[in-house]
Design a protein around this ligand. Structure first.
Ligand code: UDX
Length: 437
C-alpha cells in the first residue's frame, strides 16, 4: 500500500521503517530539513538498536523515501499516519497544534479517498477534532476520508522489536469502511497471529492512555512500597517477587528505583489526568502516582545526604543519565532530576552515560560529564546508580571500591547484590532494601 508518515520522531520513524520492511511504499515526511538529509543518507537521528539497519534496508529497496514536503507523500497515499509531537502545555494538557497543522496540510494535498491515522498519543476526542478539520479544509473530499486511531505501544530501546513483534494491534474506527485498509496494511502481522483489537475511536484513544497510566501506577506502587520496606526493614525486591508470582499481578514493572521518566509516561499520565478532569471525573489516583514518582528521586538524594553529611566539597558520580538503558533519550530523566538536586545541595556532580553524555551536558551545564565510568568514579565520595545500563551491572566492583574516595554506593536501580557489596566493604544504600554498612 502507499503510505505517508508525517513526523519522523521515534514513533514515526519506526512506523516508516517497519511498514517498508513488509513491502509497503512509504514516504516519511518531516519539516526538519537537517533530519531529513540525515535520514536520506542512511543515518539515524537518534539511538535506537536495529533501526539504522531497518531504515537502510528500506532505502535500498526504494520502498522507503524521505521528504520535507507533505506534497511528496500525501497526494497518492491510501493511508496517512500523523506521528507529530504532542508536547505538554503548562497545564499538563497535550498541545495538539502540530496534529491540527499536519492534518490541515495533509488534507490540502490529498487527491483521493484515504485514511488518516492518529498514531501520536492524543486525548480521547481528538479524532472528532480531526474530522471537523477535514470537513473545513476539503468539504469535497472529506466524505471519502476516514479517521482511525491506531496507537503504538513501542518502548524506546526496544522499538524495532516491538514494531516487528507487537503484543497487539489496536485499531479504532467509527465505521466498517475504515477497518478494511487498516487490515490490509497490517496483513503481514495479522497472518502471523498478532491479535488485533478493533474498537471505536474513543476506546482506542483511551486504551492507549490507560496502558501507560496503569504501568506508571505499577511503578509508583512499588516505589511507595520501597519507602515502607525501608522503614520496616523489609526487602522490596522479595516483596515484588512474591507479588509477581501471582499471575494476576505479574512481576514486570515492579522494579523499585528512581521512578519512571522519558517522553511518554510523565507526559501521558498528566494529559490523561487533565482529560479526565475536563470530562468531569477527578482521577486523583493519577496525581498521586506522579507525586510518588517525584518522591523517588528525593528519597535517593536523602540517602546521599545521609551517607555524606555535608554535600559541599563532595564529589558524587551519577552513573547513567538517559531515562533508561539502551537509549540516548534524557527527556524527563530521573537521573537528571537527581543530578540537579545534588547540584542544588552544593555537591560536585560528575555524570557518565554510555550514550547520553552530550545531551545531558547540554541540559545541565553545571554537570561535569566524562567519557568513562571510571573517570566519573575516580575520587568520588559517593556513586549513584541512576540508570540500569548493563555496563554498570558488569562493572568490576573491587576496582570500583579502590577507585572511590569513600566506598559509598546509592543504588537507584537495585542492580547489585547487597551480600556482595557487604563482602567488598561498601556502604551500600539500595532502594527499598536494608542498608549495608
Ligand atoms: C513506554 C511504554 O512501555 C510503551 O508501551 C509506550 O508506547 C511508551 O512508553 P518507554 O517510555 O520507552 O515506553 O519506557 P519503558 O521501558 O516503559 O520504561 C519507562 C520508565 O519506567 C523508565 O524510566 C524505566 O526506568 C521505568 N521503570 C520501568 C521503572 O522504574 N521500574 C520498572 O519496573 C519498569
Amino acid at each position: 500500500m502507499r503510505v505517508c508518515v508525517v513526523g519522523t520522531g521515534h514513533v514515526g520513524l519506526v512506523t516508516c521503517a517497519s511498514l517498508a520492511a513488509v513491502g509497503h511504499e512509504v514516504v516519511g515526511v518531516d519539516s526538519d530539513e537537517a533530519k531529513i538529509e540525515q535520514l536520506k543518507s542512511g543515518d539515524s537521528p537518534f539511538f535506537e538498536p536495529g533501526l539504522p539497519e531497518l531504515v537502510e534496508e528500506g532505502l535500498r529497496s526504494q520502498r522507503l523515501r524521505f521528504s520535507t514536503q507533505i506534497a511528496d507523500g500525501a497526494p497518492e497515499a491510501e493511508i496517512v499516519f500523523i506521528c507529530v509531537g504532542t508536547p505538554p502545555r503548562e497545564s499538563g494538557e497535550a498541545n495538539l497544534v502540530a496534529v491540527e497543522n499536519a492534518t490541515r496540510e495533509v488534507m490540502q494535498h490529498l487527491s483521493r479517498a484515504a485514511v488518516i491515522v492518529e498514531k501520536s498519543t492524543v486525548p480521547a476526542g481528538t479524532s472528532e477534532r480531526i474530522r471537523r478539520t477535514l470537513q473545513r479544509e476539503r468539504p469535497d473530499l472529506a466524505p471519502q476520508v476516514d479517521v482511525v486511531s491506531n496507537p503504538e505501544f513501542l518502548r524506546e530501546g526496544k522499538a524495532v522489536e516491538d514494531a516487528t513483534n507487537p503484543d497487539r494491534i489496536l485499531i479504532g474506527a467509527d465505521g466498517e469502511r475504515a477497518f478494511v485498509p487498516m487490515r490490509e496494511l497490517y496483513k503481514p502481522w495479522i497472518d502471523r497471529g498478532v491479535p488485533v483489537f478493533e474498537t471505536n475511536i474513543a476506546t482506542a484513544e483511551l486504551a492507549k492512555h490507560a496502558c501507560n497510566a496503569f504501568l506508571s501506577t505499577k511503578i509508583s506502587f512499588v516505589n511507595a512500597l520501597a519507602r515502607l520496606c525501608e522503614r520496616a526493614g523489609a526487602d522490596v525486591v522479595a516483596v515484588a517477587d512474591v507479588m509477581g508470582a501471582d499471575d494476576r499481578i505479574g512481576r514486570q514493572f515492579l522494579n523499585a528505583g528512581l521512578g519512571y521518566g522519558g517522553y511518554c509516561f510523565p507526559k501521558d499520565l498528566l494529559a490523561f489526568e487533565r482529560l479526565a478532569s475536563r470530562l468531569g471525573y477527578e482521577f486523583g489516583l493519577l496525581r498521586e502516582v506522579a507525586t510518588i514518582n517525584d518522591d523517588a528521586v528525593r528519597a535517593a538524594v536523602e540517602k546521599v545526604k545521609d551517607a555524606l553529611w555535608n554535600m559541599e566539597d563532595k564529589r558524587i558520580a551519577v552513573l547513567g543519565l538517559a531515562f533508561k538503558p539502551d537509549t540516548d533519550d534524557i527527556r524527563l530523566s530521573p537521573s537528571l532530576a537527581l543530578a540537579r538536586q545534588l547540584l542544588d545541595e552544593g555537591a560536585h556532580v560528575v555524570g557518565y552515560d554510555p550514550v547520553a553524555g552530550l545531551e545531558a551536558k547540554g541540559e545541565i551545564p553545571d554537570l561535569e560529564v566524562v567519557n568513562t565510568m571510571w573517570e566519573a568514579c575516580e575520587g568520588a565520595h559517593c556513586v549513584v546508580i541512576a540508570t540500569d545500563w548493563q555496563e554498570f551491572k558488569d562493572a568490576d566492583l573491587e576496582r570500583l571500591r579502590s577507585t572511590m574516595a569513600y566506598p559509598v554506593v546509592v543504588d537507584g536501580r537495585n542492580i547489585y547484590e547487597p551480600a556482595e557489596m557487604n563482602r567488598l566493604g561498601f556502604t551500600y544504600y539500595p532502594t527499598g532494601r536494608p542498608v549495608v554498612s
